[in-house]
Design a protein around this ligand. Structure first.
Ligand SMILES: *Cc1c(COP(=O)(O)O)cnc(C)c1O
Length: 410
């Protein structure tokens, strides 16, 4: 048997337990709606996108929702709506995905990077304060802060608000992981949606996110002007959308401002309408997985599990564990490789931005300026977490992980 056949045979045997890192749950409802959309002949932004926007706004509890073809696009137009332009600076975490920072640069502005805190990997607000103050003292116009809620757990809302108020910053929430996520001020206070802590919040429906449209995103806000700005810019800056242009009597249109091609198709919205109806059920499923991991891995020596902070409802989009931090062990890459050999696919969220070549070189970033993110990154492994994960798969992940780190001890 050659190497390939052997691998295939092994993987066939493991198939019933193979654990992909992420698996979207797309049911008959999504499929039927996509088919209906195709049969209708209207494929681009139209009635299904309007319906998706309306139900999303209702679900999140905001006045306006503007659908985009990605969360990155929504973040970009969010910054535009908030008036971020050349010469401005925007505070961003280093422990995030590239999208959070690249949109700042696309606006001609400069990202100011902030370290994370160990407890939940969200922005360290003391560091954010230092970075903001130093930039302002140097004469830089710091305009906006982008809190990114790591894995779907809302960070230090109070401190972020206080900093924003003190320095007159607007807040753009990178809520890519937060469909849904909630917080409350104290134990007796009412739960609030993630969007209520920011001027504008952006969600992602990328293939591996908590609800998906394949590719897609949503900008939400209670401010009518910002919503309208994003709505116009998402389709070439034109003052009406394609549905208005081709379905009504309206003929002329005007390009009102610099536009982009960021609109969401009705095919994607057809999926989104039904995914959104299942968002709560999906969350319950991820919560079940998180609870099982906590139970099965809670007493494993040298494994640090993520936890839900008080007064937070975690969306559990990511389940980042840390293995044997600071102790001798196989590298994180080796642990991941050993698990992959047993059919378990893991990930890392994330290599901090200051360790990527482009950001390090372009902005002269040093590891020593971000000691926590630099240190924590080495040990982070994200375990699979999604509601389709079966109990058998969860047990398999845990037993393989235990075995892998057990034999990896030096
Ligand atoms: C996925 C992700 C994005 C980008 O979402 P897209 O819809 O793929 O553009 C932005 N920020 C964070 C934190 C993400 O994880």
């Amino acid at each position: 048997m050659d190497h390939r056949e052997e691998l295939k045979e092994n993987s066939d045997q493991l198939d019933y337990l193979a654990v992909p890192f992420q698996k979207p749950d797309l049911g008959d409802e999504e499929i039927a709606e996509v088919v209906a959309c195709l049969k209708s002949g209207w494929l681009t932004t139209g009635p299904r996108t309007a319906e998706f926007e309306e139900s999303f706004a209702g679900y999140i509890g905001v006045k306006h929702a503007v659908a985009m073809n990605s969360c990155t696009a929504a973040l970009h137009l969010g910054l535009k709506a908030l008036g971020v332009s050349a010469g401005d600076a925007v505070v961003v975490p280093t422990m995030t995905f590239a999208a959070t920072a690249e949109v700042v640069i696309h606006c001609g502005a400069k990202p100011l990077f902030v370290d994370c805190r160990e407890s939940d990997l969200n922005m360290d607000m003391d560091h954010a304060r230092k970075v903001t103050t130093a930039a302002r003292e140097a004469g830089t116009k710091v305009k906006t802060i982008i809190p990114m809620h790591y894995g779907g757990q809302i960070g230090d809302v109070e401190a972020t608000r206080a900093l924003a108020r003190e320095h007159g910053l607007t807040m753009l929430g990178d809520a890519a992981h937060c469909c849904p996520a909630y917080y409350r001020k104290e134990a007796d206070a009412p739960w609030q949606s993630v969007s209520s802590d920011a001027d504008i919040s952006c969600f992602s429906f990328y293939a591996n996110k908590s609800i998906t449209t394949g590719e897609g995103g949503m900008l939400v806000t209670n401010n009518a002007e910002w919503a309208e700005d994003a709505r116009v810019r998402r389709l070439h800056g034109i003052d009406m959308d394609a549905w208005d242009r081709f379905s009504g009597n309206r003929t002329g249109y005007s390009v009102m401002k610099l536009g982009y091609k960021y609109n969401l198709t009705d095919i994607a919205s057809a999926i989104g309408i039904h995914q959104l109806r299942k968002a709560d059920a999906f969350l319950q499923g991820r919560r079940r997985v998180a609870e099982s991991y906590a139970e099965l891995l809670g007493d494993v020596e040298d494994v640090i599990l993520p936890r839900e902070n008080p007064n937070r409802i975690h969306s559990w989009h990511v389940y980042p564990i840390r293995v044997r931090p600071g102790k001798g062990h196989r590298s994180r890459g080796e642990i991941q490789e050993k698990m992959r050999e047993r059919g378990i696919f893991t990930s890392v969220h994330w290599k901090p931005l200051h360790l990527h070549r482009y950001y390090a070189e372009e902005f002269g970033l040093k590891s020593s300026s971000f000691p926590e993110a630099t240190r924590l990154f080495d040990d982070l492994i994200s375990l699979p977490i999604y509601h389709l994960l079966t109990d058998a798969q969860i047990e398999h992940v845990c037993s393989v992980l235990k075995h892998t780190i057990g034999v990896s001890a030096k």
